[in-house]
Design a protein around this ligand. Structure first.
Ligand SMILES: Nc1ncnc2c1ncn2[C@@H]1O[C@H](COP(=O)(O)OP(=O)(O)O)[C@@H](O)[C@H]1O
Ligand SMILES: [Mg+2]
Length: 353
């Protein structure tokens, strides 16, 4: 087991810079999730840790070893890819055994490791099957088994669940969390799915265009996002953003003063679950319902303010409000986020950033 330490890591592809001086420590035994939109550099960063990409500048330590220039096989890491990359002509057992066999592991050791992995992943009934005769979830488990048998210091996952259907994805997510709990290994997990990031991570690293936007535990990013980018990325449905005019120290939206805000505020943010729905004529600001989506447990109301801004409001699951219905909204001061013109957060819940 080991910590992963990145110091000033940059990566160029020709003239294009994919990573900008990334410094970051993933603690021993931690589950870190790299999250961000497509093309922001998540895979490049993960592959750099694995040694599959040579970095242009900076250093990478795993445990107390400088592995910046070490070959992938010398880094004591195991990587699981989205594509599974199983050998189709080999059985599950042979797929897990292959890497150990070519590295001349003793047979008794190989058997023990395969038995352990098969038990952990509930693959025992399938050891003699070939990948073509497995479901998507089982194939992904074999790919994870191949990583487990290496007994690596660090597990690296690159969007391992994105080829699975929604139900299986949730199931595998829970299994991976259990795996982390049982193995207590350092894990670095890449996803573009903010729900996976929120639910699995000890620590989330939000990347944007090759730079770290913010690093922290999920609820810290949720409650105190450092920027509009993080505020909009973490949380589902996304935070509502409304343009603000500052007047007498108050944030004014549509002519309605919505409380004290920092002088440089140009935008206000509030999550759908924090807007309070009131009857027509009550609340701080009036709105008109455009769509009411009832999901069973929750309902999401899409509403429009007088000035034309739209926002999403989470309501009770049995809410049914037709298009055109008028409602009131309250924006509790303790739930407001204020943003500057450059996207920085100025305050969250009345506390300066
Ligand atoms: N082998 C490559 N050659 C050139 N550019 C690449 C290569 N791999 C990735 N990139 C570029 O680096 C950036 C980051 O890519 P990537 O790490 O794959 O993003 P993500 O995994 O977050 O979707 C993108 O702009 C991508 O086009
Ligand atoms: Mg990627």
């Amino acid at each position: 087991m080991a910590e992963v330490r990145l110091t000033g890591v940059s990566k160029f592809y020709g003239a294009a810079q994919a990573l900008h001086t990334i410094s970051l420590t993933v603690a021993d035994g931690e589950f870190a999730v790299f999250v961000g939109p497509s093309g922001c550099g998540k895979s490049t960063l993960l592959r750099s840790i694995a040694g599959l990409e040579e970095i242009s500048d900076g250093a990478i330590h795993i445990g107390d070893r400088d592995v910046t220039r070490a070959a992938p096989s010398e880094r004591d890491v195991a990587m699981v890819f989205q594509s599974y990359a199983l050998y189709p002509h080999m059985t599950v057992r042979e797929n897990m055994d292959f890497g150990m066999k070519v590295n001349n592991f003793p047979e008794a050791d190989r058997k023990r490791r395969i038995a352990d992995a098969a038990r952990i992943l509930q693959l025992e009934p399938y050891l003699d099957r070939k990948p073509a005769h497995l479901s998507g979830g089982q194939r992904q488990r074999v790919a994870i088994g191949r990583a487990i048998v290496k007994e690596p210091k660090v597990f690296l996952f690159d969007e391992p669940l994105s080829n699975l259907d929604a139900k299986l994805r949730v199931q595998m997510r829970v299994e991976l969390e259990a795996l982390h709990r049982d193995l207590k290994a350092t894990m670095v997990y890449v996803t573009h799915d903010q729900v996976e990031a929120m639910t699995m991570a000890d620590k989330i690293v939000v990347l944007n265009a090759g730079r770290i936007e913010q690093v922290g535990p999920p609820m810290e990013l949720y409650n105190r996002p450092a920027s509009e980018f993080v505020a909009g990325f973490i949380g589902a449905p996304s935070m509502n953003f409304l343009p603000v005019r500052m007047q007498d120290g108050q944030a004014v939206v549509d002519g309605v003063a919505l409380g004290v805000a920092p002088a440089a505020t140009v935008k206000l943010g509030i999550r759908p679950e924090h807007v309070v729905l009131r009857p027509e004529g009550q609340g701080q600001i009036g709105a008109m319902v455009t769509i009411c989506e009832t999901l069973g447990g929750d309902a999401y109301l899409y509403v429009r303010l007088a000035g034309g801004e739209t926002l999403v409001v989470r309501a009770e699951g049995d809410t049914t409000l037709d298009h055109g219905k008028l409602v009131g909204l309250d924006f509790p001061q303790s739930r407001l986020h204020h943003f500057a013109a450059d996207g920085r957060t100025l305050s969250s819940g009345g506390i300066a950033a």
